[in-house]
Design a protein around this ligand. Structure first.
Ligand SMILES: NC(=O)c1ccc[n+]([C@@H]2O[C@H](COP(=O)([O-])OP(=O)(O)OC[C@H]3O[C@@H](n4cnc5c(N)ncnc54)[C@H](OP(=O)(O)O)[C@@H]3O)[C@@H](O)[C@H]2O)c1
Length: 292
């Protein structure tokens, strides 16, 4: 059985490629970047599944620019919802399983201050979160066997993300203002990738279909995350100043609290989840050692 990873050029896709290699599973994986497989092309999706004898799709492809999604809602919906249905239908027809990544941004519209379980009412506050929720619903409606992993605040050595942006700004500015009124949990994409590769490699998804929350352990604000990045990377020369979200005008209201409760994931798969500052050290070590 072969495993197709879509969106393989993104940060999670690249971490899955590395994790599959380290776990010795790489031979069964087909990695398709957006240039190699456009998931909005239903014919191409069907052809890829048939050509490679795909039994599992791990969908890492998504429209992830939260701000730009407000200006391009149709494109975001095509990629995050319609195309997810194509992947789901292709796996349903092949009798396979879809492993799909969703987001903490399906929440945010309901004020809360305790970690969110999978059955908490979804309430997206913007186009990105709404289209990710629609993607989840497409999967449910298709009837495919699927594992949906909602994650939060992904970062890694790869691509564009908060950790890399902060490192760049801290190296070039005397002061960086970072919001302290949004709480969540940073998730090292390498941790999520290792969990996904273990679940798929050991077929732990069988009989465990459904929605699960996966982030690293712990809670912080973006300000705390920035401070931890500075301390871990040894960037002492930049003043990191807490500020409010309203100081960064944006078309999107971001969730003020989107901490995910991971109890269901840990119970179902028997895996421990790393604490976010420990994983930050790993990410910065990997970045500095050019493992990226
Ligand atoms: N980043 C976060 O903070 C975060 C938080 C929670 C959940 N998530 C979810 O986690 C998953 C992985 O995110 P990520 O951070 O790895 O995102 P990413 O780095 O932006 O990667 C997404 C990938 O999807 C590809 N893609 C876009 N449109 C496509 C299409 N039509 N066909 C095929 N590929 C396409 C992109 O290719 P191009 O670059 O060539 O367009 C890119 O390589 C996504 O489902 C995302 O919604 C992310």
């Amino acid at each position: 059985m072969n495993i197709l990873v879509t969106g393989a050029g993104g940060q999670l896709g690249r971490c899955i490629r590395r994790a599959a290699g380290k776990a010795g599973f790489a031979d069964n994986y087909i990695f398709a970047t957006s240039a190699e497989l456009d998931i909005t092309d239903v014919t191409a999706v069907r052809a890829a599944v048939a050509e490679h004898g795909v039994g599992v799709i791990i969908n890492c492809a998504a429209y992830t620019d939260v701000d730009a999604a407000e200006d391009h809602p149709e494109l975001a919906a095509r990629i995050n919802s319609d195309a997810v249905r194509y992947l789901a239908d292709a796996m349903a027809e092949a009798g396979g399983t879809l492993v799909h990544i969703s987001s903490d941004y399906v929440f945010g519209g309901n004020a809360c201050n305790t970690p969110l379980a999978e059955d908490a009412p979804a309430a997206p506050t913007g186009v990105y979160g709404l289209t990710k929720l629609q993607g989840e619903r497409q999967i449910a409606e298709s009837g495919v066997r699927a594992l949906v992993l909602r994650t939060s605040w992904l970062y890694s050595e790869y691509g564009k993300n908060f950790m890399k942006t902060m490192l760049r700004l801290m190296a070039s500015r005397p002061q960086v203002n970072v919001v302290f009124d949004q709480c969540g949990t940073p998730t090292y994409a390498g941790d999520l990738a290792e969990a996904v590769v273990a679940i798929v490699g050991r077929r732990l998804y069988e009989g465990r279909e459904g929605i699960y929350h996966y982030s690293d352990e712990g809670v912080c604000t973006w300000f705390d995350f920035a401070r931890a990045i500075a301390e871990t990377a040894g960037c002492g020369g930049c003043d990191i100043v807490p500020c409010r979200s309203c100081e960064f005008p944006s078309k999107v209201v971001r969730p003020s609290y989107s901490v995910l409760d991971k109890s269901k994931f840990k119970d179902a798969f028997g895996m421990s989840v790393p604490y976010w500052t420990d994983s930050l050290k790993t990410a910065i070590r990997n970045l500095n050692s050019n493992e990226a």
